[in-house]
Design a protein around this ligand. Sequence first.
Ligand SMILES: *Cc1c(COP(=O)(O)O)cnc(C)c1O
Length: 396
Amino acid sequence: MQKRDPESFMREEYEKLVAADLDWKLRTLEGPTGPRAVVDGKRSIVLCSNNYLNLSNHPKVKEAGRRAMDTHGAGSGSVRPIAGNMDLHEELERRIARFKHRQAALYYMSGFAGNAGLIPTLAGEGDALFTDELNHGSIIDGVRLTKATRFIYKHNDVADLERALKEADPKFKKLLIISDGVFSMDGDIAPVGDIANLAEEWGAMVYIDDAHGEGVLGEGGRGVASHFHVEEKIHVELGTFSKALGVVGGYVAGSNDLRNYALNKSRTWLLSGTPTPSTTASCIAAIDVLETEPQHVQKLWENTRFFKKELVSLGFDIGRSETPITPIMCGDPTTAKKLSQRVFELGVFALPIVYPMVAKDKARIRTIMNAGLTKDDLNEALAAFEKAGNEVGLLK
Ligand SMILES: *Cc1c(COP(=O)(O)O)cnc(C)c1O
């Protein structure tokens, strides 16, 4: 009998991806990310980072991190329930709660860890869970870890959600509705106000993942719940520091009950180390900046409106975006890849999004605006898209 080769499946799978041109080809940044960065040795305008407000380069955010390294060391030495709970973590959680206008917050290693660790504790056997068909992968993984019965409702379709609630009730004990606040592939916003009102009618819990809403939507960048003025009706707001806040780490914000529960139940929090003192202090400083310097969010939106308007007048289809995420629809994957490659040669870093991340005929380049880009940068990027768009036959 032939001996097994325990690793061969990885090579075979990888070769299949390469043959289909579906493997990730990583580009490398030398030096900091920012509105402009050196990507694969080339100085480029960056239109695919989540660093919306360029806070990763803000002097206060960097200085806070440097200082905490000196005062608190490089790591916390433990998970938080044992010996790793530092004053910095507690301070950050108070600051998150204040910023989000909530009673309390709990800081996780990442937003992904928040979803994967908390969702399975909120609904179990005998409960029903309602999830938007386009929810983020970290929600999907969290949902897969529950024994709850799942109802997948049509994207942003409140009538379909209501249909599912009717179908489920009264067979289940708890009802839990989960949605992204902003959907990162199309840049559209969930009808969080309608979802919250519907949930109230049915006594359902509402869980909103606001990874792309914070620092972008709502008063002072407080996020999608603030945007719809329904903060008190959202039971769990999950957020991240890895996007507009420019650092890394996740959190959930809500009631004191939520924090007490999550802290005692969620295994990705109980059994995983803590973000470093440096990271934690930078997160505090990022909230400080959001609370004291409204110009970053304003500039983000100014840039966004200009860029969208100009793309449309050039003749591009920008889909259904309502946020600083603006897709440039290409149709087939080959066009999207060619367009991305060509604009990269022209000095613009913007990645194609293709199947399986989106439907086969919905390939696009996804651009994400940055508050640090100037009018000249945007005009340069638009000229590159115009030139490349003509070359690949997308503009007629
Ligand atoms: C990016 C993202 C996450 C993951 O956040 P991290 O803190 O980077 O792990 C979760 N949910 C959504 C909707 C996201 O876009």
